[in-house]
Design a binder for this molecule. Structure first.
Ligand SMILES: C[S@@+](CC[C@H](N)C(=O)[O-])C[C@H]1O[C@@H](n2cnc3c(N)ncnc32)[C@H](O)[C@@H]1O
Length: 259
């Protein structure tokens, strides 16, 4: 596969291509935080919602979710069980989302859990998700954030719905990825070899952490580039903004606040 590389800043590099080819060229990195395909065989034109085969539009929570193959291409590698062996040993610290689906292929480690906050209705993707960390000595930690699978409709209530469109069928909340970075600790570059729409990259840019992302589907790669670039510009804007004048009561004597 031919690669395409975008260098968005000194500390953000994004590659479009197969991570199994690109990883051996990168050498060892500090941290891998990623969300690989889980072998769920996600399909864009038909899938099961509430036990019924759905076509283009699914009604949920009073809102609708348009499933358009031009918006959500299929997930690369999602049609087979995930094999994590090429990721083990590539970084000092490794965090893999969805690892409850391939736990039998992992060495001893510890677990983080994302509680998607059950609302009483059955979610196709389950009520939570587990991440494996390559350090058996950690306690289990839980992150709670309401999330509603593929559909982002008028009625859904989570961070992506705040005036934004869902960009990837398996898009992770940026706040969750922030939490992962904090949980993993350590330092250095974060690598996400299954970047999707770039949620890990956005969290890294917000946190001032160097980031390398890899995505195999060009349409998702482009989305990730746009998202991470927008966050980079926003972060720069705040960094370059002149400091706000100190409130009058904090000004040195003689400069104000003496009415
Ligand atoms: C579960 S999704 C990640 C979603 C991401 N967390 C987000 O917030 O958008 C996994 C992504 O890995 C990509 N992928 C699968 N196999 C790949 C490979 N060998 N190399 C690079 N990307 C791959 C898929 O196309 C998919 O976009």
């Amino acid at each position: 596969m031919t690669w395409r590389t975008e260098q968005l800043s000194d500390s953000v590099t994004l590659h479009c291509g197969d991570c199994r080819e690109i990883l051996p060229t990168l050498g060892k990195v500090g941290r891998i935080i990623t969300d690989p395909p889980y072998g769920q065989a996600y399909k864009v034109n038909s899938y099961f919602a509430g036990g019924v085969r759905a076509k283009a539009v699914v009604q949920r929570d009073g809102g609708s979710c348009v499933v358009d193959p031009n918006i959500h291409p299929e997930i690369l590698g999602d049609d087979e069980p995930f094999d994590p062996s090429h990721l083990l040993g590539v970084a000092d610290s490794i965090l893999l989302w969805g690892a409850h689906k391939f736990h039998d292929r992992l060495p001893a480690g510890s677990w983080l859990f994302w509680d998607k906050v059950p609302t009483g209705k059955l979610r196709d993707q389950g009520d939570g998700e587990a991440a494996w960390v390559n350090d058996p000595g950690r306690p289990m930690r839980i992150f709670r954030l309401l999330w509603d699978g593929l559909c982002v409709g008028a009625g859904a209530r989570h961070e992506v719905t705040a005036g934004q469109k869902r960009l990837h069928p398996m898009q992770k909340p940026v706040t969750l990825m922030h939490w992962c970075i904090d949980q993993l600790g350590g330092g250095g570059t974060v690598l996400d070899p299954y970047m999707g729409s770039g949620s890990t990259g956005v969290a890294c840019v917000k946190g001032g952490i160097p980031f390398i992302g890899i995505e195999g589907v060009p349409a998702y790669f482009d989305i990730a580039c746009r998202r991470i670039e927008a966050e980079t510009k926003q972060t720069r804007l705040f960094a370059d903004a002149p400091a706000a004048p100190a409130p009058a009561e904090q000004m040195p004597l003689g400069l104000g606040g003496e009415a």
